[in-house]
Design a protein around this ligand. Structure first.
Ligand code: NAP
Length: 221
C-alpha cells in the first residue's frame, strides 16, 4: 500500500507516520507539507512545498496512492472564523479535489474531532466548519472517504503537539493520560491507535463513513 500523508509534523501526523513505517503492508509513505519531518527512513519520501493551495508544481508526484491520511489542521483557539475556515475547509478541499482527480482508487481519511457538527449550521464555529468540511469530502469521488472524530488524543512514543497550548495541557495531564485512556475509551484515544485504525480502514474499509472516538478505538489492526 502506498500512503500519502499531510500533517506529518503535527501531533496526530507524527503518530500516524510512525504506525505507517511499522506496518509491513506499507510500501512507501510520501509526506507532503510546508515543513520537513526531519526523519530519514527507507520507506519515507518527503515533499516540502510552501503553498499547499497550489499543488500544480508537484502534481506528477501525487498519483498512484491507495490512501491519504489527512492529519493537517489547526486548533480554532483564538482564531477568527475566516482564518480558521481558510485552513480547515479551503485548504483541505483544495488538496482533496486535486487528489480525487489524480487517485480514483484512493481512500481518503480526514481528522476532524469529537463534536463536529454534521449540519454545518450550528452555533459552535469550529464544529460547523469541520462539519462542512466532512460533508464536502464525503461528496468527492474517492473510492472511499472516512471521517475520524477523535476526542482527547494521548500522544505516545515521544510524539509532541505543535500547538503550544496543547503541549502545556499534556505536560500537566501527562501522568494520568494513560489511565484516562483505559478508563474512558469513549473520550480518549492515542496517537498510535489513530494511526493503526487509519491503516486498517485503508486496507479493509470502514464500518461507517464517520468514526467517533469509541469507533476509532474499536478498529483492530
Ligand atoms: N491533538 C488532539 O488532541 C486532537 C483531537 C481531536 C482532533 N484533532 C485534530 O487533528 C488535526 C491535527 O491536530 P494536531 O494535534 O496534530 O495539530 P498540530 O500538532 O498543531 O499539527 C498541525 C499540523 O498541521 C500542519 N499545518 C497547520 N496549518 C497549516 C498550514 N496553513 N499549511 C500547511 N500545514 C499546516 C502543521 O504543519 P507545520 O509543521 O508546517 O506547522 C502540522 O503538521 C487537527 O485538525 C485537530 O483539530 C486533534
Amino acid at each position: 500500500m502506498n500512503v500519502l500523508l499531510f500533517g506529518a509534523t503535527g501531533m496526530v501526523g507524527q503518530g500516524v507516520l510512525r504506525e505507517c513505517l511499522l506496518d509491513p503492508d506499507v510500501e512507501t509513505v510520501l509526506s507532503v507539507g510546508r515543513s520537513a519531518t526531519g526523519q530519514h527512513r527507507e520507506r519515507l519520501r518527503e515533499i516540502v512545498h510552501a503553498d499547499l493551495f497550489d499543488l500544480s508544481a508537484i502534481e506528477t508526484e501525487l498519483s498512484g496512492f491507495d490512501a491519504c491520511f489527512f492529519c493537517l489542521g489547526v486548533s480554532s483557539a483564538g482564531m477568527a472564523e475566516q482564518s480558521y475556515r481558510r485552513v480547515t475547509y479551503d485548504l483541505t478541499m483544495s488538496v482533496a479535489r486535486c487528489l480525487a482527480k489524480l487517485n480514483p482508487r484512493m481512500t481518503f481519511i480526514y481528522v476532524s474531532g469529537m463534536g463536529t457538527d454534521s449540519t454545518g449550521r450550528g452555533r459552535t464555529m469550529w464544529a460547523r466548519v469541520k462539519g462542512e468540511t466532512e460533508n464536502a469530502l464525503l461528496r468527492l469521488p474517492f473510492k472511499a472517504a472516512c471521517m475520524f472524530r477523535p476526542a482527547l488524543i494521548v500522544p505516545l512514543d515521544g510524539v509532541k503537539s505543535k500547538t503550544k497550548l496543547y503541549r502545556a495541557f499534556y505536560a500537566v495531564l501527562g501522568p494520568v493520560l494513560p489511565w484516562l485512556y483505559a478508563a474512558a475509551p469513549r473520550y480518549v484515544t492515542t496517537t498510535a491507535q489513530v494511526g493503526r485504525a487509519m491503516l486498517a480502514v485503508a486496507k479493509r474499509g470502514a464500518p461507517a463513513p464517520v468514526l467517533e472516538n469509541s469507533d476509532i478505538n474499536q478498529v483492530r489492526p
